[in-house]
Design a protein around this ligand. Sequence first.
Ligand SMILES: NC(=O)c1ccc[n+]([C@@H]2O[C@H](COP(=O)([O-])OP(=O)(O)OC[C@H]3O[C@@H](n4cnc5c(N)ncnc54)[C@H](O)[C@@H]3O)[C@@H](O)[C@H]2O)c1
Length: 327
Amino acid sequence: MRYLVTGIAGFIGSHIAEALVERGHEVRGLDNFATGSRQNLEPFIEEIEFVEGDIRDLDTCRQVCQGVDYVIHQAALGSVPRSLRDPLTCHEVNATGTLHMLISARDAGVEAFVAASSSSVYGNTDTLPKHEGMKRRPLSPYAASKVAAENHLEIFASAYGLATVGLRYFNIFGPRQSPDGPYAAVIPRFIRQMRAGDTPTIFGDGEQSRDFTYVANAVRANLLAVERASQVAGTVINVGCGERISLNVLYRRIARQVGFDKGARQGDRRPGDVKHSLADITRACDLVGYSASIGLDEGLARTVEWFNGEWPDTSLAPPRRREHVTT
Ligand SMILES: NC(=O)c1ccc[n+]([C@@H]2O[C@H](COP(=O)([O-])OP(=O)(O)OC[C@H]3O[C@@H](n4cnc5c(N)ncnc54)[C@H](O)[C@@H]3O)[C@@H](O)[C@H]2O)c1
């Protein structure tokens, strides 16, 4: 089977591609390296067809969809703060880019289209856990762009019969997630800073909580969603662990694993951030047979180990050995 993975040079896309290659599938990948890296492609670049291109270009999307059976669409610009700074680019990539991919997949006769959505579409809900029946209340341009993309996924299933599935990721983390720059996710940022002896900042009081989900669980969710896409077309499905911890607790757990003994710096609460996040994964279990097989502690241990072995404190040298994510 031939798969197209967009955002293949990114954190999650590269793990999905690697899992597909390991299972013997043909893989084509699309990325423009906006936030991804060639290093992420290194472990499997010889075994895939890679196209450097932008999902904002409809012709590129049409070309890469030719001859493809399944699309796993990960390309997007992440980060709430980035979207607040540049809402237009966020919309162009995440919403219009997804629409380009959907049009191209439909016209190329693709069998299934699985796309990355986000738990941020829920915003602040009155109750936890967050389930797919809840009203979406986006708090940022990023969340709004994912709502728009989800709407298109649903319409392409109902109006054109394309087997689409949207996966609402809840704070995915693991090896290869970038620790760099102002938009880095919290786990790689904490690990990197603590390993370098720098004190990380927690924005707000640290009592905000998240359902941190190890990347292998997200990879598995994608493979399962592709398999079941025709039965569940037009749905959105939470992908999380079903457990949450506060950032203060997360900080202490990472500090323990890294051997860092200083307390966090306190920063201002960031606009657009939701207070609590916890996935109800019942639908994922019922519809696609998903379970979070790797929990937070195991995932954190693997991630810290990866940073210890692969990413020295003093340099950003590329990973030298092939890391392995068990799915
Ligand atoms: N990591 C998380 O916790 C999380 C949570 C919710 C949703 N998501 C979603 O999951 C997907 C993957 O996220 P990630 O964490 O791997 O991020 P990432 O930044 O590592 O990967 C995104 C990839 O998309 C590529 N890309 C960006 N704009 C592009 C464009 N215009 N054309 C082609 N490629 C482009 C980037 O270069 C990058 O390689 C995204 O859709 C993101 O919104 C991630």
